[in-house]
Design a protein around this ligand. Structure first.
Ligand code: AFP
Length: 342
């Protein structure tokens, strides 16, 4: 069967019809986000040309300050989103505090949290990077939004998505009715539906973790990884190890093929590395909407109540059976530990 030929703009409108009382504000918000994504994608694709075209040092050929790509993406998202009248408040991984809507623009009922360019240490080596976003309904009354609007548990998201800038640029989003992916056609500048209703396999054959940190892991995690490396035809082991070091790209692959991505706590980083509100919540919302699971090892990520904007959390995310299994390995080791110390 040939796939529907449909733009993201059209798809957003179709999805809106599934919510009878919808005002169209969320659709416009998603549309504005896709515009920012196109501009960031263009800039990311030019990244390697910066030196050749003379954009060296701190200034470009026009004598303007050259922005690092992650700052460019941060600024572009704010420029695209601050004037639409849909947002009460924003927060970005690149900024310490909440970002208010300028006084001269209307505020709206939504809250936008984003990581403008995740995996940015990979830019110079031409490896996939991504933008991640989460959308909530404000909980404060009218007027400027508040920090509390931004510190809602992930379960309260009403939409989330990511854009992966890879061999092509793909935008994946969910607004509560399935997870859908759109590939950017660079010739006419439209995101075209390419992955309708993505479902993550219940069990995968890929694990993604930075194994350089092995020495610092929890003993239960060490045992789990060893288990995945053993041979057993029935459970399709050994698994393949795939780790890009770019969360969006690693999770995008596992979403399509099945598998588990892990960024655990360890003895050096007791809270893990990845940020709850900018990275883990939106990616967990998407993976759950695709039938997967996401946990900090014990608790569902989407149930965690953020205490501050830049809080970190361990994360185990992907195919449901794989996430359940790592939780079991971690719990078993905790019990053994308690017995030994009692
Ligand atoms: P950078 O933005 O500094 O490249 O970090 C990327 C990231 O936040 C996430 O995208 C990766 O999964 C993770 O960090 C990689 O971290 P390690 O380099 O410690 O494996």
């Amino acid at each position: 069967m040939t796939m529907k030929f449909m733009t993201l703009a059209r798809h957003i409108i179709e999805q809106e019809k599934l919510h009878p009382g919808a005002t169209g504000e969320l659709s416009k918000l998603l549309h504005d986000l896709s515009l920012a994504a196109k501009v960031i994608s263009l800039e990311v694709n030019k990244a390697g040309l910066a030196d050749i075209l003379g954009f060296t040092g701190d200034n470009n050929v026009h004598g303007e300050k050259v922005k690092k790509l992650d700052i460019f993406a941060h600024d572009m998202l704010i420029r695209a989103m601050d004037h639409g009248g849909h947002l009460a408040i924003m927060a970005s991984e690149e900024e310490e505090d909440i970002i208010h809507i300028p006084d001269h623009y209307k505020t709206g009922k939504y809250v936008l949290l984003f990581d403008p360019l995740d995996g940015s240490s990979n830019i110079d080596v031409n490896i996939s990077i991504g933008t991640i976003f989460a959308i909530y309904r404000r909980i404060s009354n009218a007027g400027p939004g508040t920090l509390e609007d931004c510190l809602q548990p992930g379960d309260k998201q009403i939409a989330a998505g990511y854009i992966v800038y890879g061999s092509s640029t793909i935008l994946v989003y969910t607004a509560g009715h399935g997870v859908h992916g759109f590939t950017l056609d660079p010739s006419f500048g439209e995101f075209i539906l390419s992955h309708e209703n993505i479902q993550i396999p219940k069990k995968g054959k890929i694990y993604s973790i930075n194994e350089g940190n092995y020495k610092y892991w929890h003993p239960g995690l060490k045992k789990y990884i060893k288990y995945l490396q053993e041979e057993d035809k029935e459970t399709e082991r050994p698994y393949s190890s795939r780790y890009i070091g770019s969360m969006v790209a690693d999770i995008h692959r596992n979403l399509l093929y099945g598998g588990i991505f892990m960024y655990p706590a360890d003895s050096r980083s007791p809270r893990g590395k990845l940020r709850l509100v900018y990275e883990c919540n939106p990616m967990s919302f998407i993976v759950e909407a695709a039938g997967g699971k996401s946990s900090d090892g014990k608790t569902r990520i989407l149930d965690l109540v953020p205490e501050n904007l830049h809080q970190r959390t361990p994360i185990f995310i992907g195919s449901a059976d794989d996430v359940t299994m790592v939780e079991e390995f971690l719990a078993k080791e905790e019990v053994l530990n308690e017995i030994q110390h009692s």
